[in-house]
Design a protein around this ligand. Structure first.
Ligand SMILES: *Cc1c(COP(=O)(O)O)cnc(C)c1O
Length: 373
């Protein structure tokens, strides 16, 4: 028997969340962001749920090729563009669109011999100060890009530093001032922009985390009203039970001490599975469907839970680490991080299966995909 831990992905939830994005930004097309192997869910597993997206955005060339090979015929955008001449060849042969954020990338496109001209999204650094042309250099870059025969269309993109907690106007005003007489499709909004900044929806939105049901802020309460559904459920089982007396301690470092007699469940899940070691005593978890809390320090392969709210729980009881009942955002918040990191950090040793609830057509599509995993 393998260890009882398993992650289940829910393509239906992604389809539902994508529908919410389209309702929320009804005049925009949607780049579904599937970087980092669909935020840890597996591109091949999530792919069937993205049929209604208008494009797929990611940044790993291999992932882009995988998406093409799955049969995706709509646009694919490389969010960080190309790094070397060979990348331009792959982009050309697989019809990939590329972000262009610096002169060196323009240079790569200038020197490339393409079979057909490529679509680019020219990126402005409007204040994030990560990638992009500074506003004063943007027009010059646009002129250079527009003049290139190897480029078919030039879209305009930027990225917000804090769309998740309010202020984007300082960046948006900067972007609009520079681009007011520059033609081209615009794309500005990540998940937070989709949810909270209709002014920034523009031609294409670029949601990632909300497609998977997690909050851009890392706090469930901020997305509570939107009806997002979790695209991943991580479950395991209780493999041991200890009945402790008052003033006994649990686990490494003896960080948790009982104040009354208490049953402790030992769960087959630890930081080597991707569960955060920094999860504090009190981090939510569900045993036999009842919410309770992690107590003591998370170890490599196990963690310990308070069984007081679920006295019937015993060895073999099911445990939800995160999913619909326990939000990944709440686990993240109790661990000093965001849901993004937990989803992406699911360890390779955790088996992943696609949950039922998919249509027959999807099932056969998935059966094909499984061979490529
Ligand atoms: C990751 C990423 C996104 C998606 O961000 P979320 O916060 O997950 O919605 C959008 N645009 C760019 C450029 C990105 O790198």
């Amino acid at each position: 028997m393998p260890r009882p831990i398993i992650a289940r992905t829910h393509p239906e939830a992604v389809r539902h969340n994508l529908g919410l994005v389209k309702q929320t930004a009804p005049h925009s097309r949607v780049w579904a962001v599937v970087k980092a192997n669909a935020y840890g869910h597996g591109i091949e597993r999530i792919y069937p749920a993205l049929a209604q997206a208008d494009g797929i955005a990611l940044l790993d060339l291999d992932e882009a090729v995988r998406v093409r090979e799955l049969g995706w015929t709509k646009p694919i955008l490389l969010l960080e563009g190309v790094f070397e001449p060979i990348d331009v060849e792959v982009a050309d042969s697989h019809h990939l669109s590329v972000a262009v954020h610096c002169d060196e990338q323009l240079q790569l496109l200038e020197s490339a011999k393409l079979r057909q001209p490529i679509d680019v999204m020219l990126k402005m650094n409007s204040g994030m100060n990560r990638l992009g042309f500074r506003p004063h250099a943007f027009r010059r870059a646009w002129e250079r890009a527009s003049a290139l025969p190897s480029i078919r269309s030039v879209g305009l993109m930027s990225h917000f530093a804090n769309a998740d907690d309010g202020a984007i106007d300082w960046q948006l005003d900067q972007f609009d001032a520079v681009t007011q007489d520059i033609p081209g499709e615009q794309s500005l909004s990540n998940s937070a922009g989709v949810l909270w900044h209709p002014r920034a929806h523009r031609d294409w939105v670029r949601p990632g985390t909300i497609l998977y049901g997690a909050s851009p802020t890392g706090a469930t309460r901020h997305v509570a009203g939107f009806g997002l559904r979790a695209a991943m459920t991580l479950t395991s089982r209780v493999i041991g039970v200890q009945t402790l007396m008052p003033q006994e301690t649990v686990g490494y470092g003896r960080t948790y001490q009982t104040s009354h007699p208490m049953r402790i469940g030992v769960v087959a899940c630890g930081y080597a599975d991707g569960y955060p070691r920094h999860a504090r005593t009190g981090t939510p978890i569900a045993v036999d469907g009842v919410r309770t809390r992690v107590v003591g320090r998370v170890s490599m392969d196990m963690l310990t839970v308070d069984l007081t709210p679920c006295p019937q729980a015993t060895i073999g009881s099911s445990v939800e680490l995160w999913g619909d009942r326990v939000k990944v955002d709440d686990v993240a918040e109790a661990s000093g991080t965001i849901g993004y990191e937990l989803m992406c950090a699911l360890a390779r040793r955790v088996p992943v299966e696609v949950a039922s609830g998919v249509t027959t057509a999807e099932r056969s599509r998935l059966a094909e995909c499984v061979t490529t995993l």
